[in-house]
Design a protein around this ligand. Sequence first.
Ligand code: SF4
Length: 338
Amino acid sequence: MDIGTEQIDWDTLLEVQDLKVSFKTDEGIILAVNGISFSVQRGQTLGIVGESGSGKSVSTKAIMQLLPRTAVVDKNSSITWHRENGETVEITQLKKGGREMRRIRGGEIGMIFQEPMSSFSPVHTIGNQIIEAVLAHRQVSKQEAREIAIDMLDKVGISNPSVRVDQYSFELSGGMRQRAMIAVTLSMNPSLLIADEPTTSLDVTIQAQILELMNQLREEFNMAVIFITHNLGVIAQVADEVAVMYLGQILERGTAKEIINQPQHPYTQSLLKAIPRLDHLGKRLTAIGGDIPSPLERPGGCPFHTRCEQAISGVCDTQIPTLTPISNTHTVHCFLYE
Ligand code: SF4
């Protein structure tokens, strides 16, 4: 698909408007997500990229209502889930752990994490965990659920699925476990899959296989994906659109082609310069200077001004850049383009 020229016109599945999440800590209030807005269309993969502490995982945990008790979602934030039958559900208004939220979490929205070991029960077989998930979300018999489990293990590329189905997670390698985790999640037939750094703990070859598998399955199941990573190189392989986050804000958003080939924001440009490339062997990688400021001491003005080599003194440190469109699909928050 030529994502650079194609207008994205799928139906909207998820709409996040002005999401703000803060945490109460002994040192004070930390604003982890500062008013982000984005939407995800059916069948689309949105990549959210940023360093740790950028608020990308907190944002998706807010969607799944998986935030800890110390987190506060601002009352003006809105997270709207659009079902295929036309129903809309305001997730921020749902009771945590209530029936409707359980229907969404795990059933309509699935999630996979960096370390699948912690997501599996060590005392139940992989198959039983898939069967349980299928029975909770689909109207099928136990025998049918077992057949679905074997079929899913086969689909995610696990050899001998009818044997593996009766094994435990500790009997599988890291890459196999991540495949099995994807099988558990997909067996519930979600419309949206949230993948939080799913390949970070895997070696490069297995990582490439899992990314390829996710692309295949997404097409086969016509599923939307939110793919969270700190690695823009990974994003290039999976995403249609990319949102670049820093200190709880989206600084740039565009198609994957726009973000990778024509990055506009100085932060995105720095992230790209920090990726090792085979055609740059022997050249030094350019690390981003300075550290991410503590969220307890958020800088005024543009959040990136303390590390930006192009910062305009007296402007970037005092004023907040507004959203500037670069193209129909590409926007940036930076005074260089206002
Ligand atoms: Fe740099 Fe200023 Fe743009 Fe922020 S607004 S990224 S400080 S040039």
